[in-house]
Ligand binder design. Structure first.
Ligand SMILES: Nc1ncnc2c1ncn2[C@@H]1O[C@H](COP(=O)(O)OP(=O)(O)O)[C@@H](O)[C@H]1O
Ligand SMILES: [Mg+2]
Length: 271
């Protein structure tokens, strides 16, 4: 039903942390959510509580055309996870080359997922331009670009505003206009953070859909094997608001039909 990517020109900006939380928050609201890790760092699984012993994975096995339903792991968070798989850097490079040559190895199964009624697919992307995200860009409903409130991010905001950050040409421009920005690790009363925030708001208007404060609780959540899903003051609340903004932006129907109740479609066996 909907394909949402968390992406950024930069690494270490919170893509995986935020993707995992938004996926889990949507699942808590009753949506059927698959979280697909496109990043060879393979970290999304840890955020979403996939057990260590679990060896099923997806992107690293795409060459064998795996059945995506068989690879789904039901994590504690209520999200169905498709981990990237553990690979060394050389293998990651080979996989990227394979996806550049045959993007349909990834786009075909994702299009199948999108044909499932009510299913939301959340992508965690590696930083910068990459073959996996490029393969899926034409089918994206929303690309949430994450940046920090720092000087490096300030330089990128104008490119996002004029839809040129995915490159030139009609496909890049048309895909880019589905991109929105969320600022992460926003610091209160820090002049640089304030300045970048104001600049983003002025350049992007309502395409700035979220701001998440710097919160030590969020940084420590992974180490403690927990997530901030209760609207905890600070980042917990900001993440809830970001999930709200995404639901609104995509006009996602309430899960389970117009009443918002849980329908039989929630039986995962029927996926
Ligand atoms: N709002 C935040 N406040 C404090 N720390 C954060 C916040 N968001 C992310 N982090 C921390 O920043 C680091 C990078 O986050 P991560 O999600 O791995 O980024 P990316 O996926 O973009 O590389 C992690 O240590 C994470 O815990
Ligand atoms: Mg990451």
């Amino acid at each position: 039903m909907a394909l949402i990517a968390f992406a950024s020109p930069k690494g270490g900006v919170g893509k995986t942390t935020v993707a995992a939380h938004v996926a889990a928050l949507l699942a808590r609201r009753g949506y059927k959510v698959v979280a697909l890790d496109l990043d060879p760092q393979n970290a999304l699984r840890f955020h979403l509580g996939v057990p260590l012993r679990e060896e099923r994975c997806f992107v690293s096995r795409l060459g064998t055309r795996p059945a995506w339903r068989d690879a789904l792991i039901e994590a504690e968070s209520g999200v169905r996870v498709l981990p990237y798989g553990a690979v060394d850097p050389l293998r990651a490079l080979e996989l990227a080359q394979m996806l550049t040559a045959e993007p349909q190895l990834l786009s075909d199964p994702v299009r199948e997922m999108l044909a499932v009624p009510d299913l939301i697919v959340v992508l965690d992307s590696p930083p910068g331009p990459n073959a996996a995200l490029t393969a899926l860009t034409p089918w994206l409903d929303l690309m949430v670009i994450l940046l920090l409130c720092d000087a490096g991010s300030a330089a990128i905001i104008p490119q996002i505003a004029n839809n040129r950050f995915l490159g030139r040409g009609t496909l890049a421009t048309r895909s880019a206009d589905r991109a929105v920005l969320a600022l992460n690790q926003v610091e209160d009363e820090q002049p640089l953070s304030d300045a970048v925030f104001d600049m983003a708001r002025a350049a992007l208007g309502n395409r700035l859909i979220g701001a998440i404060c710097h919160d030590r609780d969020l940084a420590e959540a992974l180490a403690d094997k927990r997530m901030l899903l209760q609207g905890e003051p600070g980042a917990g609340e900001d993440l809830q608001l970001l999930a709200d903004a995404i639901v609104k932006r995509l006009k996602l129907p309430r899960p389970g039909g117009p009443d918002g109740g849980f329908s039989a479609l929630f039986e995962w066996g029927r996926l």
